[in-house]
Design a protein around this ligand. Sequence first.
Ligand SMILES: [Zn+2]
Length: 225
Amino acid sequence: MEAGKVINLMCLLKKYPNGLRKKSALVSVSDSLGVYANKKLMDSIDLIIQYWTMGEISEEQSKGLLSAIKNGTGLVGCHGGIGDSFRNNTEYQYMVGGQWVTHPGGKINYSVQISDKEDPVTKGVSDFEIGNTEQYYMHIDPNVKVLAITTFSGENDNWIKGAVMPVVWKKYHDKGRVFYLSIGHNPEDFDHPAVWTMLTRGIDWASRSKYEKRELKLSPIYSPQ
Ligand SMILES: [Zn+2]
């Protein structure tokens, strides 16, 4: 795990549990994947905010996590916190809806376009620029609802010039809602108002899987002719 990512975790924990507590949420913080094997705990929670880059998850932990989400617990994460965890676990990747593969050029400046202006997560959020951070290039599940995108300039790795990549998406995994945002290498990335707005709205949305009707979320990228 990179040092920067640990800082991100701390940043997210420092900022959001207080926000959740203000909304009367009961928040439990753990630095071990062992919690995923605690069935009693997993059955009692509405939302998991994970920040765990790479690493390995045991079969028991993976089963606990996957079955909680399938039963309606929401999952939220940013950057490598859920988008590059447990590289050898394809069932996990099937749940998240995308997997990091590279970030050409390392820390760069890039722009993000809101591709879905109607969704409650992105409503009223304008396109924005973000600086000195990683532009994630990911392998994407076609059954995600993409909310924001970025386009690769080709300045780094010219063969990907013009490639359009999801930055924010939502999806279901059985009954559970999954929300992902690929920005977040630096703690200060979360200070960007657009990033923070989408993340906190995504947290609100994902935490309500068990209480709200299922939305039709599939937006397949590929369709029959
Ligand atoms: Zn990073």
